[in-house]
Design a protein around this ligand. Structure first.
Ligand code: FES
Length: 516
């Protein structure tokens, strides 16, 4: 089995029974904020795109690059489709010209021509990707590979039970706006960033340990930020709170926990795997040398990509749009239909929109309890976002249903909040269509009931077995320290005597002292 690195989460897998291209991302994503790092735009996409199968793990724009898919990927390729609750991924791929779809069943192995076997695990909670994220398992000729990309299943047992895995590809770096966009003192931001960075690595070690593959490939990040206003997010300034460590940092951190089987793929690197666990990898340039010159590489990219960013920026303004009226028209029916998420948000969310002149500000409130969108009326809000009016105009202009997969991931905003993180705020703003909203509401409805059911004993406490966040099994992920429980999957903490979640509002845990 041959694996060619094609940048970020993308790779081409070649076997005697056919080839698979995964998540081919080249063009900037999220308002031209994210670019693939290292740069992969010089690869020969014409020939890379001539494949038998295409796998797009999910619709995040650093995995689903419509322009690249349309232009370069053979429309004869059969799409390996995760079993998602909505048909959006299939619909978008059909629109690009793909006609052949292999609709997989969640966690079921499919045997394709020539003995090539695949299995896709689809995660479908409202917080997984844009309503869905997935991992691809591949087996041919006794060699097994798991491309986990940025999916976060509660464990990898379903893959482990299919036999020893030779190559495990997974995310290790950040892919979010926290804590950089928060209006916090620099020292606090650095401390939160450092915590976040450590948690990302801990989670990665846990997955690696779950599977114990022969070789571990750090993929699916970090992106690079080339716009001058975002350049500081690149991990080149020695900031210990930077959440976007690169593959060379992965290798050194992994070594500290005893990891010696890491394989870094640059765009164009080729690994040959064999069934005995052997591997040979060739790189277009020496890996150490490449990362030693990272700052120069980014500088060169920044200059080269500047015209692309400028052209994108020029397309965002739509002065003819009445933002308040249009947000009202689009969002109020969804507020009306929302029970769980509206209750979960629980208060007004304010958007401060900075005009074209960089100074004037229009303040709009999405009032969840009042179920309306209106001008800000000097009230206290728990969440406030500040961004350019032009970005919201653009979202309204294109009818974007997912503001996480566009505005929030762009990091082109600042945020302030009182109190804890509230996942329902982001869950709602990725569900700006009735289809998505209804799905998410139904999921929360079922989930609320399911997580309550079973109990386990942890230390001096009897607690519900499943984490109130995303159902991680607390027999594995729960750690009790005194009166506090931490679920190590995403680091959420709970106060056991009260059941209160200390990380995010509205996620109570059921707990009782054993001798009570
Ligand atoms: S499942 Fe996310 S913190 Fe427990």
């Amino acid at each position: 089995m041959r694996v060619t690195g094609t940048g970020h989460a993308s790779m081409r897998i070649d076997t005697a029974a056919g080839s698979i291209l995964t998540d081919p991302w080249v063009n900037p994503a999220f308002f031209a904020s994210w670019f693939p790092f290292p740069d992969n735009s010089q690869l020969d996409w014409e020939s890379l795109g001539q494949v038998d199968y295409l796998y797009v793990s999910h619709l995040h724009r650093d995995h689903f690059d419509a322009e690249n898919l349309k232009r370069y990927v053979s429309k004869k390729a059969a799409v390996l489709l995760p079993e998602y609750p909505t048909s959006e991924l299939e619909d978008e791929l059909r629109e690009l010209g793909f006609r052949s779809f292999i609709k997989t069943k969640n966690e079921e192995v499919v045997e394709l021509d020539g003995g090539l076997k695949i299995m896709i695990q689809a995660l479908i909670s409202p917080t997984d990707g844009p309503i869905g994220d997935s991992s691809l398992w591949v087996e041919h000729d006794g060699i097994r590979l798991l491309n986990q990309n940025d999916a976060r299943p509660s464990d990898l047992s379903r893959f482990a039970e299919l036999g020893h895995v030779h190559a495990h590809m997974l995310q290790f770096s950040g892919a979010i706006w926290y804590p950089m966009v928060y209006e916090l003192p620099e020292a606090a931001k650095r401390a939160f960033g450092k915590q976040k960075r450590e948690r990302q690595f801990d989670r990665t070690w846990r997955y690696i340990d779950d599977l114990k593959a022969d070789h571990v490939f750090p993929i699916a990040g970090p992106p690079c930020f080339l716009d001058d206003s975002l350049y500081q997010f690149n991990d080149i300034f020695g900031d210990e709170g930077a959440i976007f460590p690169d593959q060379s940092v992965f290798v050194s951190e992994y070594a500290k926990v005893g990891g010696t089987n890491g394989v870094v793929l640059l765009p164009g690197s080729v690994s040959e795997l064999n069934a005995e666990g052997g591997i040979t990898t060739e790189h277009p340039v020496p890996v150490d040398e490449f990362f030693a010159n990272k700052a120069a590489h980014l500088e060169e990219m920044r200059e080269r990509k500047r015209p692309i960013i400028e052209a994108e920026k020029a397309s965002w303004r739509h002065p003819e749009i009445d933002v308040l009226a249009e947000m009202k028209r689009r969002i109020e029916p969804l507020l009306e239909a929302s029970i769980y998420m509206a209750k979960g948000v629980g208060g007004p969310v304010r958007f401060d929109l900075v005009g074209y002149d960089g100074e004037s500000v229009e303040s709009i409130v999405v009032d969840f309890p009042g179920k309306e969108v209106r001008a800000y009326a000097d009230e206290k809000v728990r969440y406030r976002f500040k961004t350019e009016r032009a970005l919201i105009e653009h979202l309204l202009f294109i009818g974007e249903v997912d503001w996480v997969n566009s505005l929030f991931l762009s990091c082109r905003f600042s945020a302030a909040r009182i109190g804890q993180y509230n996942e329902f705020v982001y869950a709602f703003f990725k569900c700006l269509s009735q289809e998505r909203l209804q799905y998410a509401e139904g999921w929360y409805d079922e989930h609320e009931r399911a997580v309550e059911a079973e109990s386990i004993e942890l230390g001096d406490w009897e607690v519900q077995r499943r984490c109130p966040h995303l159902k991680a099994d607390l027999t594995r992920f729960g750690i009790v320290d005194g009166d506090q429980l931490t679920c190590q999957l995403h680091g959420w903490r709970f106060d056991l005597p009260s059941g209160r979640c200390l990380t995010s509002v509205g996620h109570k845990i059921r707990a009782a002292r054993k001798d009570a």
